[in-house]
Ligand binder design. Sequence first.
Ligand SMILES: Nc1ncnc2c1ncn2[C@@H]1O[C@H](COP(=O)(O)OP(=O)(O)OP(=O)(O)O)[C@@H](O)[C@H]1O
Length: 368
Amino acid sequence: MAKLTLSDLEHVYPNGHRGLIDINLQIQPGEFITLVGPSGSGKTTLLRTLAGFFQPSAGSINIGDTLVAGDKTWVSPERRDLGMVFQEHAVWPHMTVFQNVSYPLKRKRFAAADIAQHVTAVLEDVGMAEHMKKKPTALSGGQRQRVALARAMVAQPQALLLDEALSALDEPLRARLRQQLRRLTMEEGLTTVHVTHDRSEALALADRVIVLNRGRIVQDASPAEILTKPANSFVAAFMSDAAVLQGSWTNGTFYPDDKGLYIQPDALASQPQREITGVRCVATVAPEDIRLETIGAHQPADTTVGTVTSVLAVRFGTELTVTWSGGEFEVYAPVGAMIPKISDRVAVHFDRVHVFQDSAMTTHAVHA
Ligand SMILES: Nc1ncnc2c1ncn2[C@@H]1O[C@H](COP(=O)(O)OP(=O)(O)OP(=O)(O)O)[C@@H](O)[C@H]1O
């Protein structure tokens, strides 16, 4: 339940690759943060540096008031008092569930009666008390992962570090464990850092989402802010599957390079300053911010017109693909919206568009 402070942190791998660059991050006691980013963005490097498996090349890490790395100080992973859960159910196969979960308390020299009480309580919390005498080989993947979680939490660590801890599980088990994890960490007031490549999971679980790209933090914000105020086109494209449109910004208007696209000025949710003029920009538009309408007899001449090329019914509505001369958009239509058929020509309206002066960023977007 400690505050974690990472200051000016850098990690350079032996081959010279810069895994972490200029990481500054404060995680408050009891806060649940998710680290998300494309493959190779540095999520695992950051978590492992925090855990003490990697020594930072520069900067410092504090757990609570204790300096654990930096300024010629180095505290080994075992002495950082952190709970950890990895993707592959890292429980000891030769020990029973009870023995696995009691291990951190034995190391801290708890009395046998206290161990029994704590282990039983945490196994009840994760719904595994009835299995405490079993060996992990007799458990399902989800059950083993719950044992790993119980073991990571039992000794009330300073913080819980999760590296793709739910990723190997199938839905709906994964969804259930996700809810359990959130409830337990809140009840215990556990500071939690959760690495995931799953963007929906990152947004659903976190108090705060840290988006990484190429070893750097590119946005540090609440889930709502990440979606409604992406810091740049990379975040918009990566986190929202937004379409990226090249163009220029002149006198407060975005002019897409593709002349078939029309973006109404009142759709602009973020934009460069009005005085900045004649510069190259990119606009991003998320699938849920596009509305499709049937083409009417009195269609304004500047309407963007596209052709529907795929229609997919999903749980919360319909996913469509619409192409126009220059490219394609993904569109999410909510339940009750007009749903066209494949090959229909439709009017495309952009309800919310972000314009950024950062065209270089979009080239970095690689989906995990
Ligand atoms: N031992 C190593 N030596 C050199 N470079 C490494 C080493 N381990 C990782 N890297 C590089 O550091 C960068 C960050 O890797 P990291 O594993 O932290 O990414 P990640 O965001 O966790 O990716 P993924 O989602 O694929 O697990 C990548 O470019 C990776 O190739």
